[in-house]
Each structure stands twice: as C-alpha cells, then as structure tokens.
Design a protein around this ligand. Sequence first.
Ligand SMILES: Cc1ncc(C[n+]2csc(CCOP(=O)(O)OP(=O)(O)O)c2C)c(N)n1
Ligand code: SF4
Length: 250
Amino acid sequence: MEKVFSKTAGLTDIPFHYCPGCTHGIIHRLIGEVMEELDIIDKTIGVAPVGCAGFSLDFFSCDFVGAAHGRAQAVGTGIKRALPDRLVFTYQGDGDIAAIGTAHAIHVAARGEKITSIMVNNAVFGMTGGQMAPTTITGQVTTTSPYGRDDSLVGAPIDLPKTIASLSGAVYVAAVSVDSPKNIIQAKKALKRAFQVQQLGLGFAFVSILSSCPTNWGLSPVDSLKWLQENMLPIYEMGELKVPEEVKAL
Ligand SMILES: Cc1ncc(C[n+]2csc(CCOP(=O)(O)OP(=O)(O)O)c2C)c(N)n1
Ligand code: SF4
C-alpha cells in the first residue's frame, strides 16, 4: 500500500506525554515539519524553560537546552551570539514568557536578537495546577481566581504580541491558534516565516499560539477547543502583526 503520511523527522520517536487533548502536541508537529521543510533540523537549537512547555526537550530531534523559568530567551540569546550560524528558538508557556520572563520578552525584542520565540498561550500556568497567568481572560475561573479574573484587582489580560510588535527590533510578529484545521495551517505558515526571518538574519521573530489545557480548564478535549474559540479568540488580536518585505517575497 502506498504510504501517504509519515511522522516528521523533526520529532523523535518518544511518545508525547501531554494530557489527552492538549494542543502542545499539535504545535510540536508543526515546528518539526517546518524544521524538516527548511532542512534545518541539524543546525537548530531549541531552548525550553520549565512548565509543560519544558517537556518539549524530549520530543524534537534538533539539539535542545533547558533553561530556568522565564529565562529561555536569555539562554537563547547567548547561544545565538556564540553560534550565529545556528537557528535558535525558544518554546515557552504564557506563564513563563508573560509573567516571570516579561523583562526578557521585552528586551530581547527591543534589542532585535536574531532568535525565534514561540509562546504557547493556554491562559493558565499549566504544569503547576492552573493558576491565573497574565494571559488569563477577564472573568476566567482558575485555581487562584476562584470567582473569576477581576481586572479591577489584577489588571486586564496582557496581549503580548501587540506589545512586542511595538518594538522596532521585532521584525516578525504573529498571533495564531491551533483550534481548527484552518487555523493550524495558518499557525504553520507563521512558524515557517518566523524561522525564515532568522535564516535571513533580519531580527527578532515572535509567534504567539492559542492552545488548550483541558486538564486545568476542567473540560473535555473537544469542549476545550470550543471554549478557546468562544472565549480566547474574540479577545486576542489574531493574524500577522508585522511581516518584513523580504519574507513576504519568499
Ligand atoms: C523560579 C521558578 N518559579 C516558579 C516555578 C514553578 N513553576 C514551574 S512550571 C510553572 C508554570 C508554567 O506555566 P506556563 O509557562 O504557562 O507553561 P505551561 O505549563 O502552561 O505549558 C511554574 C510557576 C519554577 N519552576 N521556578
Ligand atoms: S496540564 Fe495543560 S498544558 Fe500541561 S500537558 Fe496537561 S493539558 Fe497540556
């Protein structure tokens, strides 16, 4: 029988151990496929901090380095400056990059470090039990906001791509989602462009991806995607916020 689909060479053979329905796995596949299509698996170095996002260390077939919570972009910056011919990407949760790692997120973009950062936004701190994150949406019930996020106490959710896009060193910024086949195709395109920006040495590239956390949201995998569509998609601006001409032309 003709083989019509193979797992990408960008992923190892280790089975994912994310919770059932968690969309971290979809994002992994897209990154693996992009690395394979661009033929960069052997020259890519990923950096993962702690959190469920940190499990990614085992699953990609490129080199990978672990970092402390929030520090992946500092580590990635060091690697890229020491080894400028490598493709360097960070794979971070929203709690990681938009809370403890905020300073790095801003300054890496301001400096225009030639790395690619990926934020997996599931609106909570996933690994530690679903606490409120800066990206938790208004009114959302979490383990630390049992009555729903109250913006009058904690401020409104941070839409990180918009902030990053305002900094001149950030040359590619996209906000995508993996809740539907159409959006998954868009997400892959954004990830590809974010790596192409780095291949061309243009500056900092950032992709924010809306993702599900069925375990901490207390929903089934299918209801989680529905919840994301009904509650997250309307409040976060989606699409490519910044695209360099050189990449549009590819
Ligand atoms: C310095 C430090 N502070 C706190 C923690 C505890 N901690 C581990 S994972 C995590 C949250 C991760 O959430 P997120 O970045 O959103 O990733 P997810 O698990 O949702 O993929 C926290 C607070 C830690 N490991 N190190
Ligand atoms: S806790 Fe949430 S983010 Fe972590 S693996 Fe489970 S579903 Fe995914």
